[in-house]
Every structure is written in structure tokens, then in C-alpha cells.
Design a protein around this ligand. Structure first.
Ligand code: NAD
Ligand code: ZN
Length: 375
């Protein structure tokens, strides 16, 4: 059956650049040729992973070359899957590949993949020859609703995640939800945790929708366009107001993330996908809100209902304790001067709480770890 073709646009307006997030099906077929024709590069450098190029590389080449009746050269650079490759080594290799191919400042880079590809390729774009124009083409749900929008790009250092980077906005974000058809279920669930985050923070409709699903996932023929649009709208609006994460608005998107980052670090970045750590972190934040404000009730229960199915494939290391997690929360506190948490006061009413009582934080972590491990 022919795929339907349609897309909708969400505008992003930042001092660093204005652009559209185009969300739909067959999006690249209709947006990529005219976009490239307007940017007029001599070459296009695609950065991706080998498996993704196997699935989608030929189609991409066709669409890129169709834009110029064959008068454009296409470089495909791919690096292995995994957060551990979002590093200096890959960065150096990517610069080398671009140089050898003769990519210049007037060319265009295309990031084709999940958040790992988007972050690394975006940083290549920000720095190679003082900056290339680039397009984000996210292929994971996580990247479609979060990492591809807003221009945060960068790599990890051995000392920690995302320690080197830039704010560098793309020319456009092109989202084709049909790429989700090949995404493994665990990656889908991890992305859905970030989707739920927009629900808790801003959009009750998202929560109601997710509560209808069996087992944390929608039916196979589910149309993701409205859901991805709803999230993209929220992310676009937040980064348009606070591009550089200075006013506190963008920081709200870190709901569940202080707990989540500590959980990722305490489990050696191996046991949990990012979204899974955030899901656990949001349950902890919900429990913390209940412990902190006597009027907050029912938060943990609803978070568990929506998020527990997303944790289906998680096996937490035996012996992981609240103290292990608190140790990393303390490190975060030292780095920033104080610990701060985004907590809900009501549904869709997040606030920043500075220096929350640590005994309550520890209790929230402990109770949620026990609750999740006992299921
Ligand atoms: N820049 C930001 O604002 C921001 C925000 C959130 C997360 N991030 C970063 O994003 C990264 C995580 O991204 P992620 O969750 O997308 O993981 P990922 O990029 O590692 O992708 C997950 C896996 O899915 C595979 N994959 C991707 N698309 C596929 C498809 N359509 N079909 C089949 N397989 C596919 C990939 O090859 C990979 O193995 C982290 O490095 C995180 O720091 C950045
Ligand atoms: Zn996140």
C-alpha cells in the first residue's frame, strides 16, 4: 500500500535561528528536495549508523540526488550504535571523513538517527570549519519529541555525559513517523517516557491518551503524528522562549531528570535506557511531591500506572540502594551549588524547588526502588 503523504509545521523562533519542525508521513519526500535546492550545497554529508543506512540509505540518496538532478555529491559517514560512541574519537573520525570528501562551509550536513547521531552530528555541524548548515532527521521517538529540537548538541567525555557542546540550531527538523515502524520496542518505550513527561508538565490530553494503551504501547497501526506534534509544539515553545536554558523555562523539561541522571550514573550507564531512567525519576519526583506537600495526593499512583509498563524490560542491578543513588544526587548538588528538583504542585503545574529536604528525597528514592523491584 502507498504511504499517505502529509505533514504539519511547528515553528521554532530563537535568537540562534528560526526554523520549522515538519512532522508527518513521507515528510522527506516532499520537504527535502525543495529545502536542499534552496540551500544549494555542492555536497551533502549524511551522518548516521550502519544499520540505519542499511534500512534507509538508498532512499535517502535518491531523495538528495533527486533535488539536483544528480549534480550533488553525497557522503555517507556512519559510526557504531551506542552512547559510548558519542565521543571525541568518533568526532575526530567524522571531521576526517568530511575533510577527505572535500566538504566545505557551503555544504549541508544531515543528521539521520536517534539522539546519539543528532547530538554528535549537530556538534560536527557547529564546529567543522566554524559551522555548517544542517538538518535534523530524527528516527527514534526520543529524538522526534525531544533531542532533535532546540539545538543542544554535543558529545560525552570519559568524565561524564554531554560535557562538551554548543547551542546550534538546524535549518529544519524533518520528522517522518513511519521510521518508527522499525524501532525496537524497548527504544519505543524509552521515547514514550519523554512523551509522558510533556503530559505531566503541560498536556493532560497526552496522559489520557497513554492511559488507554495496553502494555504501555499503542496498537501497531497507531498514527503517531498527533502525539509527536503535541510534544514538538511544547518543546518548540519552550526553546523559543529560553534557547540557552537560562530563564528556568527550559529547565522544567528536566522533570524526573535529576533522579534519572543519578540512576543512570549509579547503574554505570548500562542497565537503563535514558527514557527508562527518566521514567523512574518522574515516579520518584511524584512521590517526593507527595512527601513534600501534604495536599499532593494520587501523584505516585498515576505515574506508576502510566510509566510502569514502559519499564517492562528493565532489570535493576540487585543490591542497588537509595544510598547509591543519593551519592550521585550529592555530586550533582556539589556541581550546581545546591540540589534543585522540578516537582508538580498539580497536574501540569511544575515548579522548581531549591534545596529540598534530603531525608525526604532519600525516602522517595528508597520507596520507589522497592516498589519497582517488588513488581
Ligand atoms: N540534545 C538534546 O536536547 C537531547 C535531549 C534528550 C536526549 N539527548 C541525547 O540523546 C541520546 C539518546 O538518544 P536515543 O534515545 O534516540 O538513542 P540512540 O540514538 O542511541 O538510538 C537508539 C537505538 O535505536 C536505533 N535506531 C534509531 N532509529 C531507528 C529506527 N528508525 N529503526 C531501527 N533502529 C533505530 C539506533 O541505531 C540505536 O541503536 C543520548 O545521548 C542523550 O544524551 C539529547
Ligand atoms: Zn531526557
Amino acid at each position: 500500500m502507498e504511504k499517505a503523504t502529509y505533514f504539519e509545521k511547528v515553528p521554532v523562533n530563537t535568537p540562534g535561528g528560526g526554523y520549522d519542525v515538519c512532522v508527518g508521513r513521507n515528510t522527506l519526500e516532499v520537504t527535502l528536495p525543495p529545502l536542499l535546492a534552496s540551500l544549494m550545497p555542492n555536497s551533502v554529508a549524511v551522518i548516521s549508523h550502519p544499520g540505519l543506512l542499511e534500512l534507509y540509505g538508498e532512499r535517502l540518496r535518491f531523495l538528495i540526488e533527486a533535488s539536483f538532478a544528480g549534480n550533488v555529491r553525497t557522503l555517507f559517514y556512519s559510526f557504531p550504535d551506542g552512547e559510548e560512541h558519542k565521543d571525541l574519537e568518533t568526532l575526530k573520525e567524522a571531521y576526517g571523513a568530511l575533510l577527505r570528501f572535500g566538504i566545505t562551509r557551503y555544504d549541508v550536513l544531515l543528521a539521520f538517527g536517534g539522539g546519539v547521531v543528532g547530538d554528535l552530528a549537530g556538534f560536527v555541524a557547529a564546529t567543522y570549519m566554524r559551522g555548517l548548515r544542517y538538518l535534523q532527521v530524527p528516527t527514534t521517538l526520543m529524538a522526534m519529541v525531544d533531542s532533535s529540537i532546540g539545538g543542544k548538541v554535543g558529545i560525552d567525555l570519559p568524565e561524564g555525559k554531554n560535557l562538551v557542546g554548543a547551542f546550534y540550531q538546524p535549518e529544519a527538523v524533518l520528522v517522518d513517523v513511519d521510521y518508527l515502524a522499525t524501532l525496537p520496542a524497548r527504544e519505543m518505550r524509552s521515547g514514550l517516557a519523554e512523551v509522558a513527561k510533556y503530559g505531566f508538565l503541560y498536556d493532560e490530553g497526552i496522559l489520557v491518551e497513554m492511559e488507554r494503551w495496553q502494555d504501555g504501547l499503542p496498537d501497531e497501526d497507531y498514527d503517531f503524528v498527533p502525539l509527536v506534534m503535541a510534544c514538538a509544539r511544547q518543546k518548540a515553545s519552550v526553546v523559543s522562549e529560553d534557547e540557552r536554558d537560562l530563564s528556568g523555562r527550559r529547565a522544567r523539561l528536566n522533570y524526573g531528570h535529576t533522579f534519572g541522571h543519578a540512576l543512570e550514573a549509579a547503574t554505570g550507564y548500562r542497565a537503563l535506557r535514558h527514557g527508562e531512567a527518566v521514567a523512574l525519576g518522574m515516579i520518584m519526583a511524584a512521590r517526593m511531591a507527595e512527601l513534600f506537600w501534604s495536599f499532593a495526593t494520587g501523584f505516585t499512583e498515576r505515574h506508576l500506572r502510566i510509566l510502569l509498563p514502559l519499564l517492562k524490560e528493565v532489570r535493576l542491578p540487585r543490591g542497588l540502594t537509595a544510598d547509591d543513588v543519593m551519592e550521585y544526587m550529592e555530586r550533582d548538588k556539589k556541581k550546581r551549588g545546591e540540589l534543585s528538583l522540578i516537582l508538580l504542585m498539580r497536574w501540569q503545574a511544575p515548579v522548581l524547588v531549591n534545596s529540598p529536604p534530603l531525608d525526604l528525597v532519600r525516602r522517595a528514592v528508597d520507596e520507589v526502588l522497592k516498589e519497582v523491584c517488588s513488581r
